[in-house]
Write a protein that binds this ligand. Structure first.
Ligand code: MG
Length: 386
């Protein structure tokens, strides 16, 4: 079962009082469509972007900037949303049992958690659309402007996207709509029309469809709130000292008659730092990502592993805020090497030198570090949403 995404970028955005397509508008340094595409990173196997021919070049360069590790193709937008989705479906190379997600390109704040909920609902139930409980009271009105009925609020949800379906069901629903000349305002309504069940998963208040200039301000506020959310991670590691090994700490070779034993270069300080980074993102530990049973990692520089760790946390949507490392060693004296260590570590984390702290301590000859049997390191770091 593969998962396909139809990303709708065909709107002209006439309500945005802007002459350019609203999905090309910048939002906190990235275009709306780039943010929408990035949200699906790692969650789909193929993408079809539906847009008008006049916008294709600009939309293509924005979607390319999202660096999705899957094939991205383009289909031409139709005269209505339904026609655009149909063009997207026709461009898909999917089987009946595959999953298709249809997403409004203007809903760029969609979270990976919401996308996963939709996908698992399709896997379990055959369909899944995000629905947000409404808080206002809704009235059904007559054409003369009088209230016909107050709609029971507890049963009302606002439909969002991505809406997920089995490819076979969605194409059947489109076929039925074509036969009956039925025009829906979302994809689920075509399934409802054809008599297929549509299952609701929890939507998100921040998953707004950017339609008016006010929506852009709201979206900026949501993104700034995200930025303020800081997460903290800690890491700890120990390696044994042995003769005939180089001593490498924070990527710097320290002249000494012994070094640390390990599968990689045994840079205990960087190992603690990587565990802190992974910990802050709830992504496990370095043993999980770089097992010491991997022959390809034998003798590898931990700076290379740090680069890969940075890729992992960036893909999870985080960047480091600051880091603090403590190396515990009775000997050698490490303070002369600390400036060089900082110069090595800070750029690898994408940080300024003043955002990285490295310090060394002895244990007054107590414990295994004091007996010079090994060296340990502690690291604490913060990360924030990228
Ligand atoms: Mg280690």
């Amino acid at each position: 079962m593969r998962t396909f995404l139809i990303l709708l970028a065909g709107g002209k955005g006439t309500r945005m009082s802007s002459i350019i397509n609203k999905v090309l508008l910048p939002l906190e340094g990235k275009s709306v469509i780039r943010r929408s595409a990035e949200a699906f990173h790692g969650l789909v196997d193929e993408v079809v972007v539906v847009c008008h021919e006049t916008d294709t070049d600009r939309i293509r360069s924005e979607v390319d900037a999202a660096s999705l590790p899957v094939s991205v193709r383009y289909a031409t937008g139709g005269s209505s949303r339904q026609a655009s989705v149909r063009n997207g479906l026709n461009a898909l190379r999917a089987d009946a049992g595959d999953i298709v997600l249809v997403h409004d390109g203007a809903r760029c704040l969609v979270s990976p958690g919401l996308i996963r909920r939709v996908i698992s609902s399709v896997q379990c139930n055959g369909s899944g659309i995000p629905g947000l409980q409404v808080s206002s009271t809704y009235k059904l009105c007559s054409s003369d402007g009088t209230v016909q009925q107050t709609v029971e609020r507890s049963r009302l949800v606002e439909a969002q996207t991505p809406q997920g379906f089995l490819f076979g069901t969605l194409t059947d629903a489109f076929h039925a709509a074509d036969l009956d000349r039925f025009e829906g305002t979302d994809d689920a309504s075509l399934l409802e029309h054809a008599g297929f069940p549509v299952f609701i998963v929890d939507g998100e208040k921040s998953n707004i469809k950017l339609t008016t200039p006010d929506d852009m301000i709201l979206a900026e506020n949501y993104l700034n709130r995200e930025k303020r959310l800081m997460r903290i991670g800690m890491g700890y590691d120990v390696h044994r000292l042995a003769e005939g090994r180089k001593l490498i700490l924070c990527g710097i070779e320290i002249p000494w008659d012994r070094g640390l034993l390990g599968h990689s270069d045994a840079d205990v300080a960087l190992h603690a730092l990587m565990d802190a980074l992974l910990g802050a993102c709830a992504m496990g530990d370095i043993g999980r990502h770089f097992p010491d049973t991997d022959p390809g990692l034998e003798g590898v520089s931990s700076m290379v592993l740090l680069e890969r760790t940075m890729d992992i946390i960036r893909h999870a949507g985080y960047i480091p805020g600051n880091a603090d490392i403590t190396i515990v060693a009775q000997r050698p004296k490490l303070s002369p090497f600390i400036p060089a260590m900082k110069e090595k570590v800070a750029p690898a984390l994408g940080l300024q030198p003043e955002e990285v702290n490295i310090k060394a301590t002895t244990t007054e000859k107590l414990g295994f570090e004091g007996r010079e049997e090994g060296i340990s390191a502690y690291a604490v770091c913060t990360v924030r949403p990228a």
